[in-house]
Unconditional design. Structure first.
Lengths: 122, 242
């Protein structure tokens, strides 16, 4: 059992932050973030079940939009491949995209740290 | 009446006036502060208060010298108190700004308070306090000197420069960066030359280091009240058309 869990609240904060900068897709899209991070958590050697993705995305979206997003973005751009009904595997491109999403999370943490530091300086 | 003593006294008075103004303006700002900035503002007030106290005692000492009374020992001890304690608000400020936790700041400052106690413990044996010249406070004991220099001087100075470097590397608005960096630089200059003042061997070095302390105070003033030229360069207001 994979112990690493995707922190939905944190990812939502990050997505909202990037949305406030006018970046509404990719790092600013909570659905995109959750899907790619869940797939990356399982890695390229394990099948990611749609139900597993839904455990996270149901808290922020409905089922229909997730399925069409996986088809139109992830499969189309070859970030993930469908290996069976309701089963996907992340590709090399998908791992690059996941790395970028993680980098955007680190960037968000650094920006917040700087903001909090400046708040303490009169 | 010695001209050099008069110059010393004059510089002390100028530094006193400037640092008193800083304490007063910091107090005014403190009343409008939010909860996040209050600890930093209080430690700035304490730092400038220690500078005021140090140069006030030194000014009184110069007046006694002008009057012809040679009482060095009590002044030696009195000056050592603000000198050793001035690093505490610096350490607290930097730790609080970086960590965000004022109790962590208090904890780390307490370690420096322990250094201060050790400094006094090794400095107090009176029979070792000889050859104190009119114009300097000598670090008369080797152990006390090591404690003072390593614990109470080098570490806080390094912390100031560390924070200064951190702020310079961050992406923040130019005007804000100017004010923060100049404040830190002024505190660093005042702190460093305060130390130099305390170990000066000659009157010329003493006056020179006091002039640099005054320069540091002036830089602090420009940090808090930037000149119009700097404001116009940093706060360029290109109006938007909607």
């Amino acid at each position: 059992m994979d112990k690493k869990k995707v922190d939905i609240e944190f990812e939502q904060d990050v997505a909202e932050f990037y949305q406030s900068l006018g970046i509404s897709c990719g790092p600013g899209d909570i659905h995109y973030r959750l899907i790619i991070l869940v797939m990356e958590k399982n890695g390229p050697n394990r099948i990611t079940r749609f139900s597993e993705i839904r455990e996270y995305t149901d808290q922020v979206a409905d089922r229909g939009s997730i399925g069409s997003k996986i088809k139109n973005i992830f499969q189309l751009q070859r970030l993930a491949k469908k290996v069976e009904h309701g089963g996907y595997v992340i590709t090399g491109e998908g791992l690059l995209a996941a790395e970028f999403i993680k980098y955007s999370s680190e960037n968000y943490k650094n920006i917040m740290k700087t903001r909090k530091m400046l708040e303490r300086i009169p | 009446m010695d001209n050099q003593t008069l110059i010393n006294l004059l510089i002390d008075i100028l530094i006193n006036v400037a640092s008193f103004i800083f304490v007063y303006t910091s107090y005014k700002k403190y009343q409008n502060c939010n909860d996040h900035t209050k600890p930093t503002q209080i430690s700035f007030m304490i730092f400038w208060s220690f500078i005021f106290i140090y140069f006030f005692i030194d000014a009184v000492r110069q007046m006694f010298i002008i009057a012809g009374t040679n009482i060095q020992l009590p002044f030696h001890f009195m000056l050592s108190i603000p000198l050793t304690l001035v690093s505490l608000p610096i350490v607290f400020t930097i730790i609080y700004i970086i960590s965000g936790n004022k109790y962590t700041g208090i904890g780390v400052s307490s370690i420096f308070l322990i250094f201060s106690f050790f400094y006094f413990y090794y400095m107090i044996p009176i029979d070792q306090l000889n050859n104190i010249s009119e114009n300097t406070i000598l670090l008369s004991n080797n152990v006390a000197s090591v404690i003072f220099i390593s614990g109470l001087f080098i570490v806080p100075t390094s912390m100031i420069f560390g924070l200064l470097g951190l702020i310079l590397l961050k992406r923040i608005p130019t005007f804000r960066k100017y004010r923060i960096c100049l404040s830190l630089l002024s505190i660093s200059i005042v702190f460093d030359f305060l130390f130099l003042t305390s170990i000066s061997q000659s009157i010329e070095m003493l006056i020179g280091s006091k002039i640099f302390v005054l320069l540091g105070v002036i830089l602090g003033y420009f940090a808090n009240y930037p000149p119009k030229l700097i404001e116009s360069k940093c706060l360029v207001n290109i109006p938007a058309i909607d």
